[in-house]
Ligand binder design. Structure first.
Ligand code: FUB
Length: 465
């Protein structure tokens, strides 16, 4: 938490402000891959977790079996779309889903994923939020695909994973991938159907390449960025550029040094433009520290996604991204009036989970006394809010929602004492009068009561004065 001084209606007041990095805290997420679609930014992430091993001890390893998707339209409040692809929906029987990449073509969304380090599959959906299903008879690329193993090197051999897709301006699609050694960076053409390759894989010149291929275009040039020099620490995000998508990559540069609170572990990223600004998404291990995962060896497998702004120099080179805890601007404020604001969109949270709703969205659940969600930059305006309404279900006796500004213990603008209700998804609206909710503030909904599972929250809204 840090103190900030802010000007509100001509008064200078000091408030405690929570930092907003990491950007998603309810589950562990990693390897963020960006997709901008219809004014929203989507991030597709490996869904890290600690697998329970012998004697109920967590096991070290990347056991991820599904892909988490989150999205935003303001860069601060993130909607939790849950897990949008599960390897059980791979017809050919992939066992793992690592480091996805998603791209849209003609209204369909294609999600490429690594079955560990062995090969890659592709799952398809009509919606950016899934469900994605892989109906192919086998992986789209594996070590038998022509060109994959040719000229490969390194003590661990080719890691056939970490896909990064690009559809070029002429419609030709490419898949970049590979890992473990500088000789293992590859690109392969995709057919128009996006689920088959077209010709052999081609080796790329990518100085210091280790893993995590990503390709974007800026001013007509191709930028191949990747996690590089992994074993001669630090593990930077490095890049090379070219005028051609398959050859001629050169002019190595550094796009980001290792982020803070990363414990010397891996680095992974994506680069994208959203509403006229450029950003890099990446991961570190902040949430694991916050959750008290004490062992550094285990924190390797409990990552969380982060975002910072990215700037180019005049000559097109990338200025190394600076990792900040609160450096990204909110692009628009949240309007609390006239429509329900879904509870699974938030900037920060404590102790909560989300679960799938009957209507295809998600609701906030697993609420115990003192848990909260924070919605950043709520514009109450003047004269402000008169009433708060919550769409709740499964309310236990004595449960309430405390409405606070800027901090879980900040100014209280109301308390919604809830009537008990039956059924986890029998939604009812309950409300309370509010006071002193004016201007732009961070809204904390703090859940109060005795025992576990106090209530489920589907949406909330205010009525103006
Ligand atoms: O998430 C598993 C692996 O960790 C990815 O495939 C690598 O890029 C590294 O981030």
């Amino acid at each position: 938490m840090k103190k900030i001084t802010t000007a509100l209606f001509g008064l200078l007041i000091t408030v405690s402000a929570f930092a907003d990095w990491p950007i998603f805290t309810q589950r562990y997420t990693a390897d963020p891959y960006s997709l901008v679609h219809n004014g929203r930014l989507y991030l597709y992430c490996s869904h890290d977790f600690l697998k329970e091993g012998a004697e109920s001890r967590p096991e070290r390893g990347y056991f991820m079996k599904d892909i988490t998707c989150i999205s935003t339209d303001d860069m601060k409040n993130w909607t939790d779309h849950g897990e949008v692809f599960d390897v059980k929906d791979s017809k050919w029987g992939a066992k793992l889903s690592w480091a996805p990449c998603v791209i849209e073509r003609n209204g369909k969304f294609y999600l490429y994923y690594g079955d560990g380090m062995n090969c890659m599959g592709v799952a398809v959906s009509d919606s950016p939020t899934g469900p994605f299903v892989d109906t192919n008879d086998g992986p789209i690329v594996d070590k038998k695909t022509p060109g994959v193993m040719e000229g490969s090197g390194g003590q661990w051999g080719m890691w056939c994973f970490d896909p990064g897709a690009l559809i070029d301006d002429d419609g030709q699609a490419y898949l970049y991938f590979g890992g473990s050694h500088p000789d293992n960076a590859r690109v392969i053409k995709l057919k128009e159907n996006m689920i088959e390759v077209d010709g052999p894989a081609v080796k790329l010149n990518a100085s210091g390449f280790f893993e995590a291929s990503f390709v974007h275009k800026y001013r007509g040039r191709y930028y191949l960025s990747y996690s590089g020099h992994h074993f001669s620490k630090p593990s930077n995000i490095e890049y090379v550029t070219s005028d051609h998508p398959m050859t001629g990559f050169d002019n190595p540069g550094i796009a980001m040094t290792p982020p803070p609170v990363n414990d010397g572990h891996n680095h992974h990223h994506s680069i994208f433009e959203f509403q006229g600004r450029w950003y890099m998404a990446y991961h570190n291990r902040q949430v694991a520290h916050d959750n008290g995962v004490e062992s550094q060896a285990l924190r390797e497998f409990t990552r969380n996604v982060c975002i910072d702004e990215l700037f180019y120099n005049e000559d097109g080179s990338i200025r190394p991204v600076i990792a900040t805890r609160d450096g990204v601007d909110q692009l628009k404020y949240v309007s609390p009036y006239n429509h329900p604001y879904r509870a699974h969109t938030m900037a920060l949270s404590k102790g909560i989970q989300t679960a799938p709703n009957n209507d295809g969205g998600r609701y906030v659940t697993e609420l115990n006394d003192g848990d909260w969600i924070m919605i950043k930059g709520v514009d109450f305006g003047l004269p402000g809010a008169a009433r708060f309404m919550a769409e709740v279900a499964g309310v236990s006796k004595g449960a309430s929602i405390d409405l606070r500004l800027d901090d879980p213990n900040g100014v209280r603008i109301g308390t919604c004492n809830l009537e008990p209700t039956e059924g986890g998804q029998n939604w009812v609206i309950q409300s309370t009068l509010t006071n002193n909710a004016v201007g732009v503030r961070d809204l904390f909904l703090v859940f109060r009561g005795q025992g576990n599972d106090l209530l489920n929250l589907n949406s909330w809204q205010f009525e103006p004065k």
